[in-house]
Structure formats: structure tokens, C-alpha cells
Design a protein around this ligand. Sequence first.
Ligand SMILES: C[S@@+](CC[C@H](N)C(=O)[O-])C[C@H]1O[C@@H](n2cnc3c(N)ncnc32)[C@H](O)[C@@H]1O
Length: 153
Amino acid sequence: MVGVIIQLEDAWNYTQSDRDIEIMQMYHETAKGLNIDLFIIIDKTTKGMVNKFPADLKCETYKTLDEALKKYPKYTKLYFEHPNAVSTKSITLDELTHPKDNVLYIFGGDEEGLNITKLRKDEKMVSINVSTYILWSIVAMTIALYDRHIKTK
Ligand SMILES: C[S@@+](CC[C@H](N)C(=O)[O-])C[C@H]1O[C@@H](n2cnc3c(N)ncnc32)[C@H](O)[C@@H]1O
């Protein structure tokens, strides 16, 4: 299974207003269009997520990233962070060879990012080296999944 993990925060919660629900629909359509079969949401918001994804994509919600990762212990974890925000050994997206299966593409929240300081053997930190501008996580996700699409076909 190929999965994506995104994180919702109060500051950019994507959960309550019509505009936020539309952004969640964009995540959903993009993930589906780029052949993802598992969508995981880490819901750190106080009020909780209103939008529910349609049942055409396996969708799971957790309160913490650790809780979600425990469910997929054998999966390769690919963490994505802007080059200026990485504090571990990292590779660029160009250098990444995408695992065929059993992989999670993990993105930080739009306020806090990921803050990963240590990587295990089955984990990689990846940065998209486009500019000094920090991308929205939905944009980083789209670029990463399109890169997967073109490199694995
Ligand atoms: C808006 S950014 C987080 C910004 C956060 N305030 C910070 O300064 O680290 C949201 C997420 O998008 C992804 N992202 C943004 N730009 C990226 C880049 N150039 N390469 C890889 N991932 C990126 C990362 O997963 C990041 O955690």
C-alpha cells in the first residue's frame, strides 16, 4: 500500500470553514489522482475535522503521528521538509528512489512542520529543492507524488 500522512493544526486547520473543506477535497482528489491508496490524517485540532473523505480512498485519522506510525511498523517512512528546516541527514527529491510498495509519504503541518531530529534505518528525510519559499504541504505532497508517478512507471 502507498500512503500519505498529513497533519491538521488549529492555525491552518482545514476543518471548519467552507474554504478549509475545499482544501481537504483538494488533498483527496490529488491523492486519488496520483494513485495513493491510503490517506492518513493526524488531527491535532481542538474542534476536530468536520470533512469526511468519501469511501473511495482508505482514510484513517489519528491524534498523533506516533500512533499512526505504530500501525505500519514495516513500512518505509519518507519525511518531507523544506531544505532550511531539516535537522537530519537528508536527500533531495531528485535523488530519491521511490519504494515500490509499503511506503508512507509524511508531511508536516503548515504551522509547525515535522521537527524530526533522528532517522531510523527504514526512514528518509527528503527535501524538494525548488526555492527558498516554503511550500504548502498540499503542494509538497503533489510534487512528491508526481515524482513517484514519473519515476515508477
Ligand atoms: C508550510 S510547511 C511547514 C512550515 C513550518 N512553519 C516550518 O517553518 O518548518 C508544511 C510542510 O510542507 C512540506 N514542505 C514544504 N516545503 C517543502 C520542501 N521544499 N521540500 C519538502 N517538503 C516541503 C513539509 O512536509 C512541511 O512540514
